[in-house]
Design a protein around this ligand. Structure first.
Ligand code: DC
Length: 227
């Protein structure tokens, strides 16, 4: 049976960086589920489909094929045969992904792919509903979070480093809205699974958060081995 590590939490808590590092250290496959929702969102934007047009979204879901591939160990998201990995990291796509991930048609499609990947290999998978819905049997579940102000500052530094013009207040507002939407949607809202371990990264850097989660993984999997 494969080992599954589920990492959930709000936008900007450091999930993807930490999950990628953990997968490298453990020699597991890293699955970034947010990138899949972003690829779908990118398709909707490109085809001028509005986030509130549920009929068009349902129709589009029948035409969209999202798969993932790995190049030098890095996840690549392939949308109808096109590698869109470099096109989905914008605020516009992130907000569209948050708005359209509320639809069951969108989620069903991606959850099926996510479960298949976790069945086939040892994975560190990050997202919003991995521990609660996608992989309820995951051996290790982490809820990684941080305060809104910390997350906004991190996002600001990230965008500024990329040379993008941005405004801290706007980023913080965006994060609050995204949290609100991700946590209150009807289907698979973001919430800590009952059996997940809470890790607050407000006062931890990436190395510190990685180390803390690695310690939890070792503890949990060592217990499993002795049971
Ligand atoms: O982690 P991210 O910022 O790349 O995710 C973008 C959006 O996708 C997020 O705001 C909500 C949605 N998402 C989701 O609903 N379920 C997941 N497992 C992952 C992401």
């Amino acid at each position: 049976m494969s080992i599954n590590v589920a990492i959930d939490g709000p936008a900007g808590a450091g999930k993807s960086t930490v999950a990628r590092r953990l997968a490298g250290l453990l020699n597991f496959i890293y699955v970034d589920t947010g990138a899949m929702y972003r690829a779908m969102a990118f398709y909707f934007i490109r085809n001028h489909i509005a986030a509130d047009d549920e009929t068009a979204i349902a129709q589009a879901c029948r035409e969209v094929d999202v798969t993932i591939a790995y190049e030098d160990g890095e996840q690549q998201v392939v949308l109808n045969g096109e590698n869109v990995t470099g096109l989905i990291r914008t605020e516009e796509v992130g907000n569209m992904a948050s708005a359209t991930s509320v639809y069951p048609v969108v989620r069903e499609k991606l959850v099926e792919l996510q479960r298949k990947l976790a069945q086939e290999a040892d994975v560190v998978m990050d997202g919003r509903d991995i521990g609660t819905c996608v992989l309820p049997e995951a051996q290790v579940k982490i809820y990684l979070t941080a305060g809104v102000a910390t997350r906004a500052k991190r996002r600001y530094a990230e965008l500024s480093a990329k040379g993008e013009r941005c405004n801290l207040e706007e980023i913080e507002k965006d994060i609050r809205e995204r949290d609100q939407r991700d946590m209150t949607r009807e289907v698979s809202p973001l919430k800590q699974a009952e059996d997940a371990v809470l890790v607050d990264s407000s006062d931890l850097d990436i190395a510190g958060a990685t180390e803390e989660i690695l310690r939890i993984i070792r503890e949990k999997t060592a217990i499993l081995k002795t049971v």
